[in-house]
Design a protein around this ligand. Sequence first.
Ligand code: PMP
Length: 410
Amino acid sequence: MTGTTLDDYTDRYARRVRGMTASEIRALFAVASRPEVVSLAGGAPYIAALPLDAVGEMLGRLGSEQGTSTLQYGIGQGTLELRERICEVMALSGIDVNCGASPEDVVVTVGGQQALDLVARLFLDPGDVVLAEGPTYVGALGVFQAAQAQVVHVAMDSDGLVPEALEAAIAEVARSGRRAKFLYTIPTFQNPTGVTLTDERRERVLDICERAGLLVVEDDPYGQLGFGSEAPAPLRARRRDGVFYLSTFSKTFAPGLRVGWILAPHAVRDKLVIASEAQILCPSNYAQAAVSTYLSTMPWREQLKTYRQVYAERRDALLSALTDLMPAGTSWTEPQGGLFVWATLPEGLDAKAMMPRAIAARVAYVPGTGFYADGSGAGNMRLNFSFPPPERIREGVRRLASVMEQEMAM
Ligand code: PMP
């Protein structure tokens, strides 16, 4: 051994690497995946709800019967066949030809995560400001941090992003002489809160951004996973200019395939493709064929219903366990779709500090601090209900409640 450690490279790192730290969520996964731990920490879809035999057979055929194309390089923008299918999927949410959606303006990405990274590459210079809900998706924070941008959080309540807080944040950034480039928002069944921006607020948020000359990056992995009445139409269905729509098949089909997309304003499409080619040359032809064949030959709308039913049942299990078992002073959101509940702990409890005790009690969650760029969120936690079955969810909440009671008695 030469005794070389990563620290020997510290002086050589690019500036953008210096603030890179492992996300709390990723660090938790190792512990949380131990079988004795009830993990409410993840964000994984319940893949066992897929018809795995039929999907497996389809995947096999893609290699044996279409291998000369599926195993070959592809084009940077993604296959036309998949981009057409993506337009069908978006049409279900109201993003259709009437609002200018076309396969021409779709760029296929390696999951929603690459979509975020591409938008950041195109628009963020070091020091630029991104406005984002507080709290927001941890993976987006990682992308913005790597771009050396500064995230300014905008307050939310149970109706989503607060328009007055958005106006105030825009004014504040302008006063400090900096430039906000875009609003990053997850308006529907948000990660981590599960909250949905109301119809009325959607219009106001769009008006505010338009007036301020702010682009909107709408991230919508969960919009088709609603449990009851239709979710309000996406922002992109309401405005075509200045709105980037990002989504993924990770939650509606399978994250292992890593297929997502951006629907971009036409003028920007080429730049996105060039940036993507520089990163990855092209998305996987095999994974794209898997998704487009799934969409053209298998009952994917039925599968969406199955996911919704499974998650609705698990959401109910989580909400009733919280009602029955949580100590007084705890509150939580009541999501109408998606995968997550956001809990607020009784005064004085710190979700991050409590984590080792929770793990010892064999339950895991994600402390709220992971979802803020500024260290807020210690009094919150994100609870996932898509992966553990209902009885495990209840057992997890029982363990969590008992850890919290012990903390409160300390
Ligand atoms: N955006 C949000 C809001 C997410 O929750 C996730 C995944 N958890 C992603 C993007 C990334 O999705 P993908 O797995 O498709 O990269």
